[in-house]
Design a protein around this ligand. Structure first.
Ligand code: ATP
Ligand code: MG
Length: 376
């Protein structure tokens, strides 16, 4: 059940204000109108006093609308702005959305549209204040080249930990080609760039309000939708986001790929463990050797880097001992090759550990979680 949603209404037109209030009343317990005003300045005073979750702001021309929305968001960053207007103008809609409004409702407002918009806010809002600082474990799952199952491991490890009742964040830091969202079949309104572009107002409450809670219990933060936005993300921002996540979640699982530089380097330096994922093929091992050496060179100690062999086939030409010898690194865990179980889970948008708990892959992931626990 979403929490009670507090709402303020700012609308110059008495009849519209009353009809919106009447509409909200029909939603019963779900909502609470904390104040209404015909005037923007007076409306801001109401926001000051009540910090509502939503403000329904009437706009009538793009310039004033943008100014008012920005003004509200600069002072009340956690408040969602729903814009209402009697005009159906794409100019007005676009400028309101760009200024940070999350919904545009055409007057007269339909009850179903309003209810749907409010449900979204309710799901995103975390009523409880963030718990006092704790030191969550940061675990990154990494392969520089990709295609070795880092997303499979990250998603399933996060789901397995969440199933045990812990509070888990899953962050997609595969900034240019993330696929956590499709593995979990989520379509988040907010992404990492919503967080980093608002870095000055970032606190753990704001961070929680932009994360998407998946049915498995995992809180997800995905990579930006636009590649352009990805370019703007800096290592300092990643550091800040991870520090906050560590304060709220007991486990922060990060899906990564690409070179050991920039945001990735920061991520690894912030990680308690780096699960280096590989398969037992010659080209994969050759790359693994180069990158394990590079991690060591960057000062990321061997104990922090755990070697995970994915798609393991017991009777294959290359065996665990061979890999350990070539890489001069102990294998932490093997995950069996069970293509059907994994691909079924990807296609259904649900973790293997949830839809096929008896799969050898699920058992291996459970073991991975146990091993991490014993590592302290
Ligand atoms: N244990 C496994 N057994 C069989 N197939 C697997 C296993 N793990 C992953 N796969 C398959 O390997 C493919 C790649 O997996 P995944 O997308 O998790 O890798 P990735 O390293 O995240 O790749 P990308 O570079 O695309 O991000 C998927 O098609 C998946 O079905
Ligand atoms: Mg991936």
């Amino acid at each position: 059940m979403p929490p009670n949603i507090s709402i303020a209404i700012i609308n110059r037109n008495d009849a519209s204000r009353n009809s919106i209030e009447a509409l909200l009343k029909q939603l019963g317990e779900l909502v609470k109108v904390v104040g209404t005003s015909a005037d923007f300045i007076e409306g801001m005073r109401i926001l000051q006093l009540t910090s509502p979750m939503v403000v329904m702001l009437e706009i009538y021309d793009p310039a004033t609308g943008v100014e008012e929305i920005k003004h509200i968001l600069s002072r009340f960053p956690r408040t969602s702005v729903f814009v209402t207007s009697a005009q159906k103008s794409s100019d007005l809609i676009l400028s309101a959305m760009r200024a940070g409004a999350v919904e545009y409702l055409l007057e007269p407002i339909e009850l179903a549209d309003l209810a749907e918009a409010l449900q979204k806010v309710g799901r995103l809002w975390v009523a409880k204040p963030a718990e006092p600082a704790q030191h969550g474990k940061v675990i990154s799952v990494y392969n520089p080249i990709g295609g070795m199952g880092t997303t499979t491991v990250a998603v399933n490890l996060a789901a397995a930990i969440a199933a045990g009742g812990a509070k888990v964040a899953l962050v997609d830091l595969n900034l240019f080609s993330g696929d956590v969202a499709s593995f979990l079949d989520v379509n988040p309104t907010y992404t990492l760039s919503s967080v980093t572009s608002n870095i000055s107002r970032l606190d753990s409450n704001f961070l929680m309000s932009v994360m998407t809670k998946h049915a498995s219990g995992v809180y997800v933060l995905t990579e930006p939708l636009e590649v352009d936005e990805t370019m703007d993300i800096t290592p300092e921002q990643v550091l800040r986001v991870l520090a906050l996540l560590k304060g709220v979640f007991s486990h922060v699982i990060i899906d990564t790929g690409g070179s050991i530089a920039g945001c990735n380097q920061t991520t690894f330096e912030s990680s308690d463990y780096i699960l280096f994922n590989t398969v037992l093929s010659l080209p994969a091992l050759k790359n693994a050797k180069r990158y394990l050496a590079a991690l060591a060179k960057k000062g990321l100690r061997k104990e922090r880097v755990k070697l995970v062999i994915n798609r393991y086939l017991p009777r294959a030409d290359i065996q665990v001992q061979d890999a350990e010898k070539v890489l001069d690194h102990k294998v932490f865990l093997t995950i069996p090759n069970e293509y059907k179980d994994v691909i079924d889970s990807i296609n259904k948008g649900m973790p293997v550990v949830e839809i096929s708990p008896r799969s050898p892959v699920s058992k291996a992931i459970e073991r991975l979680y146990d091993l991490i626990k014993t590592c302290g």
